[in-house]
Design a protein around this ligand. Structure first.
Ligand code: SF4
Ligand code: SF4
Length: 437
């Protein structure tokens, strides 16, 4: 309890920075749908201002209001006072779940599965074998399978299947091509690239090798911890960060690269601010890792120096590709030009900017699970923006956004391919030495 009160006092100081100006209202994707002041950052911060009292009177009610948030960071990115809204909300969720009992299902998932990567891998591997007993395959969209007999649990989502073989089982580590002069890069794969999109992880390794980069892929990597922390489970988050610190020693590599916007933002911004350790050495390692961490598109453009090739403008009709900005790249890390450049490097497509490319797709991790109808209402707006461009492919830099876009497009019966930016860039690469596994 003493720790909770100390955390509440710290939170009070952070909340006090908010001037209640309301600038966050117009950019909040949730407020734009519900028009409820309690959904926007200002309303939630006012609630937290009296947290001590509200929390003892009605912890469940406070939780419900805090839980209805995508943690997209649109408010923080537009706040003139620099209020770190996402960190405040994460801290508040930790405080409240320290007081309330965590739901049993979440406890099992976070404390017994996610925090034990080998066990988690075994369960997912079992799930990938038996998934089609629960989800029916459809030929409408190659990747999506409409939830059938368990639709009460998953609503009418169009789910992407687990990969038959996850990336960590495919990769011979270290990768085979011998490169001794290029920068050394540690690849943090992340749960979704490993288990749902191993093809994207393979493309990342292939591209890095093509550019003369040594790739190090530590085995048995853990989750970055953000799903647990978003649910207020600080214990699991700390365990996962500590687990990953053992695998990623900063002295072993020059850069740490991920292909997941959420993992990148978590390692760069959330690990340094939210990881608790009594060891000063561990905290120093977290800071060094944050410093070395790059999104793959940022790494390729800013570090490797990928540039658009100079080609004569050809008047031929090409399929259109467009780009959706993941919130954690655009708003948290200010990365937006680099992925666009990689898409445009592929001459097979004409690039078209969609309206409101930076607006949230509605995924928000566990928000999508808990508030699917709201998530879908936000997602439908994104589909309308994509359609305006006439694109046959929409690229993005976050596997969670890829899942949401696939679902939303499938629901709208739109035959538009969803791809990771590196997939489009990779199509462009042909080199005799490229890694083929
Ligand atoms: S924009 Fe910032 S200061 Fe203004 S109400 Fe929102 S959080 Fe508070
Ligand atoms: S994080 Fe996103 S959804 Fe949550 S209050 Fe801020 S803008 Fe709204």
């Amino acid at each position: 309890m003493a720790e909770l009160i100390r955390m509440m006092r710290t939170l009070d100081q952070q909340v006090a920075r908010c001037s209640r100006c309301g600038m966050c209202q117009s950019v909040c994707p949730l407020y734009n749908i519900t028009k409820n002041e309690s959904d926007v950052a200002r309303g939630k911060l006012m609630l937290l201002d009296g947290l001590m009292r509200a929390f003892f009177e009605d912890p469940k009610g406070v939780w419900q209001r805090l839980d209805q948030c995508l943690l997209c960071g649109s408010c923080a990115a537009n706040c003139p006072r620099g209020v770190n809204v996402v960190e405040i909300f994460l801290n508040a969720r930790v405080i409240i779940s320290g007081y309330r009992r965590m739901p049993l299902l979440k406890k099992i998932i976070f404390r017994h599965l996610l925090s034990n990567p080998d066990r988690f891998d075994r369960i997912i591997s079992w799930g990938s074998k038996w998934q089609y007993l629960f989800f029916k395959k459809t030929d409408f969209q190659v990747d999506a399978s409409c939830a059938g007999m368990i639709s009460p649990l998953f609503s009418d989502r169009w789910m992407l299947p687990l990969a038959p073989v996850p990336f960590h089982k495919m990769s011979g580590v270290p990768v085979k091509k011998k490169i001794e002069t290029g920068p050394r890069v540690a690849f943090f794969v992340g749960c979704l690239l490993d288990k749902v999109f191993p093809r994207v992880a393979l493309d990342i390794v292939r591209i890095l090798n093509f550019h003369g980069v040594q790739v190090i892929i530590p085995r048995s990597q853990g989750c970055c911890g953000i799903p647990a922390l978003s649910s207020g489970d600080h214990l699991t988050f700390n365990r996962l960060v500590a687990y990953n610190l053992e695998l990623f020693a900063p002295s072993d590599f020059d850069y740490l690269v991920t292909g997941c916007a959420t993992c990148t933002a978590t390692i760069k911004k959330i690990w340094p601010s939210m990881f608790k350790s009594s060891s000063e050495d561990q905290k120093a390692v977290v800071d060094q890792l944050a410093e070395k961490t790059y999104d793959i598109s940022q790494f390729l453009v800013d570090v490797i120096g990928v540039r658009l090739p100079e080609k004569p403008e050809r008047q031929v009709s090409k399929p259109v590709a467009t780009y959706h900005d993941p919130c954690h790249l655009r708003k948290t890390l200010d990365v937006y030009s680099q992925p666009r450049l990689l898409i445009q490097a592929n001459d097979a497509y004409a690039f078209a900017e969609m309206p409101d490319a930076a607006s949230c797709c509605g995924m928000g991790g566990s928000f999508n699970l808990a508030h699917y109808n709201l998530s879908a209402d936000i997602g439908k707006k994104k589909v309308a923006s994509i359609e305006i461009t006439g694109a046959s492919v929409v690229a993005t830099g976050c596997p969670a956004c890829m899942i949401q876009l696939s679902d939303m497009l499938a629901r709208g019966k739109k035959q538009i391919r969803v791809a990771h930016v590196v997939e489009l860039y990779s199509e462009n690469i042909s080199h005799p030495d490229i890694l083929c596994r």
